[in-house]
Each structure stands twice: as C-alpha cells, then as structure tokens.
Ligand binder design. Structure first.
Ligand SMILES: [Mn+2]
Length: 217
C-alpha cells in the first residue's frame, strides 16, 4: 500500500481530464414567437416525470419514454397549437434532443448502440439507435388513424427528425406488426425509451469514446 497523507482519500487514478464524464443531466430552454419550451433530463433517473405540452397524448408518450428509459424528465411547452400542432411537436423534439446531447457530454465510455423490439398487444415495433453523433431518422410506421386522442399522429416523424438532429443520433423505427394507432405509437415510444437507456449507459471497460475515429461528431 502506498503511503497516504492523513485525510486523503483511498488511492485513486489521476484526476480526470477536464470535460470528461459529464453530469448526465441537462436543462434546455427555447423561446420563439411560436413556442416556449423547457426540458430537463437526467439520464440516470428513476422514471420520474412532469410533462405538460398542451397535447395530452404526447404527454403520455413522453412519460412512457421517462418510465421505460428510467430517465427523470421535466417537459414544459406552450405552443401555438391552435394554429397547428406542428410547431410544438417539432420544437419539442429539437429541445429534448438538445438536452439529451448535453447530458451525453463528450460521449466517453458510452455503450452507443441499442436495438430491440417492443410489442403492445397486436402491434410490434423495432427500434435501432446509434448515439454516434450522426443525425438520421428512418421510419415506416403506418398509423391507421391520423388523430389519436387529439394528437396528429402524422407529426411523429417530425418529432423524431428534430430529436435525432438535436441529440445527434441515428434512429430507425420499423413496424413489424400494425394495428391500433395508440398501441403502435406506444410501442414505438417505449422502444425508443428503452433503447436510449441502453445506448446511453457507460461501459466501464471502455476508455474514451466508442469510435475508432477517436471522437464522436
Ligand atoms: Mn396508452
């Protein structure tokens, strides 16, 4: 055992380089003439959520992301939904994605990839996620009804396009079996939450970022 000065902590490796190992949580705010949005996300949370977007079905979906991803999530949005839901849904994706990007920091030690399938009764959805810094979204979800609750389901791709740009991630969503629109979207958001949880974990074996290039983004 090397000698230690009284009061010093047990022998530890050299101090971490500045900027490494981010807080794993982040707050983002964005205010425009169309929307006012605040998001707080903690990747190492417990599934606590406080979500109010003015769109109850979207609240339900974001709560599923928090619960199934074990994130703590606060989302407050006030948008011009009387004009159209589009501004609010897209801006929410962008701000939530930006908060995820901040929470991931420089992505040191990340697992990076995750893929899985989630059923919801007759519906089955597969999600593949890469937190490797490249924004891309692809989906073949085919909701049977445009409106679910009061939510316009055609805006789900707009939400995820914005989110993948904000979070600098690649996300593929595949509909393996369709059915009720509520079930289909619920399976997709749950799968996204689960995949984000897995991919955003740290692998203790990994030194540096999970890329042969030596950096992400
Ligand atoms: Mn539901």
């Amino acid at each position: 055992m090397p000698a230690r000065r009284p009061g010093s902590r047990a022998a530890r490796p050299a101090p971490k380089a500045a900027g490494r190992e981010p807080a794993r949580r982040a707050t983002r705010e964005r205010n425009t003439k169309e929307t006012r949005i605040q998001v707080r996300v903690d990747l190492d949370g417990a599934g606590r959520h406080d979500v109010a977007t003015g769109l109850p079905f979207l609240d339900h979906m974001l709560e599923l992301v928090a619960v199934h991803g074990l994130f703590d999530l606060v989302v407050k949005a006030k948008g011009d939904i009387e004009v159209d839901q589009h501004h609010t849904v897209e801006d929410l994706g962008l701000v939530l994605g930006g908060a995820i990007d901040d929470a991931l920091g420089d992505r040191t030690g990340l697992v990076r990839y995750a893929s899985l399938e989630i059923p919801m009764d007759e519906c089955l959805v597969s999600v593949a996620l890469d937190l490797g810094g490249r924004p891309f979204f692809a989906s073949d979800l085919k909701p049977k009804t445009r409106i679910v609750g009061s939510f316009d389901s055609t805006l789900v791709p707009d939400f995820f396009v914005a989110l993948t740009q904000g979070a600098r991630c690649t996300l593929h969503i595949r509909q393996l079996a369709g059915g009720n629109t509520h079930h289909l979207l619920e399976a997709a958001f749950k799968a996204f939450g689960r995949a984000l949880d897995r991919a955003s974990r740290r692998d203790p074996r990994r030194r540096g970022v999970p890329s042969s290039k030596g950096r992400i983004g």
